[in-house]
Design a protein around this ligand. Structure first.
Ligand SMILES: *Cc1c(COP(=O)(O)O)cnc(C)c1O
Length: 238
């Protein structure tokens, strides 16, 4: 068995275990394999083991990998997640290249996306990025801003709000960020009736070091990079 196959199985087992601890089914939690900086061949390798969801955080890298691989590989579907900060002038570039955008954080960006989507005759499922860490440097809305933000973007009908995403503070001890994940769950619970109707609400939280805790706190999507692909070395993005 290859390293990546073994990593994938190990992460999936851990996901299943945490799902059970929170009284859910393993299938209730989607693993997004964060493939940023890894070559397209790493994506198709994982796809051949049945992995469906992949995450990228740079527009150009998302677009070039999507153009190369497309929406399926060897009869396995592939779903693309854009998990990075998106500048308003690049909104047009992700349209048609991702299935779920995780980092909606301003009404100007929502407007730019909506305009492009309307022209393309498409809709895009989006998550609102919320800053639950209290750190000033992070992107995302404050939890207290979410309600007014939902009002502001209500007119943008091509942008479909499916839930919320957060980046917890990096910490060697995952337990320390548990309250941050709980905070995002509370944001979701308070906004449930304002999300796209008849669809499963999404909570995107948890990375390699803390996804087990995020799942216990209600994550429906975890974004796991290095625990699946191995350590990243920057500068190698093709
Ligand atoms: C890189 C990245 C991840 C994955 O990080 P790992 O620690 O490698 O699991 C998750 N979310 C976002 C937004 C990222 O940029």
């Amino acid at each position: 068995m290859t390293d990546r196959k073994e990593n994938l199985l190990r992460v999936k087992e851990r996901i299943a275990e945490s799902a059970r601890l929170s009284d859910r089914q393993p299938d209730d939690v989607t693993l997004i394999a964060v493939s940023k900086t890894f070559p397209s061949s790493a994506i198709t390798e994982l796809a051949s083991y049945g992995q469906i969801d992949f995450g990228e955080n740079k527009v150009q890298e998302l677009v070039s990998k999507h153009q190369l691989i497309g929406n399926e590989y060897a009869n396995h579907p592939i779903l693309w997640h854009f998990i990075g900060h998106l500048q308003r002038n690049k909104a047009k570039d992700i349209v048609g290249h991702c299935n779920l955008f995780h980092a909606l954080d301003s009404s100007r960006l929502a407007r730019a996306l909506d305009t492009r989507l309307k022209h393309a005759g498409q809709h895009l499922d989006c998550l609102i990025q919320v800053n639950v860490s209290g750190e000033a440097s992070k992107f995302g809305l404050e939890p207290t801003e979410v309600d007014a933000f939902l009002d502001e973007i209500a007119e943008f009908s091509h942008v479909r709000i499916r839930g919320f995403m957060t980046l917890a503070s990096p910490s060697p001890d995952a337990e320390r960020v548990r309250p941050q994940f709980a905070r995002l769950r509370h944001v979701l619970e308070a906004s449930l009736d304002r999300l796209l109707p008849d669809s499963r609400p999404i909570l995107s939280m948890g990375m390699s070091g803390d996804f087990h805790v995020a799942i216990e706190e209600g994550a429906t999507h975890v974004r796991v990079g290095s625990a699946v692909f191995g350590p990243r070395s920057y500068g190698m993005t093709k």
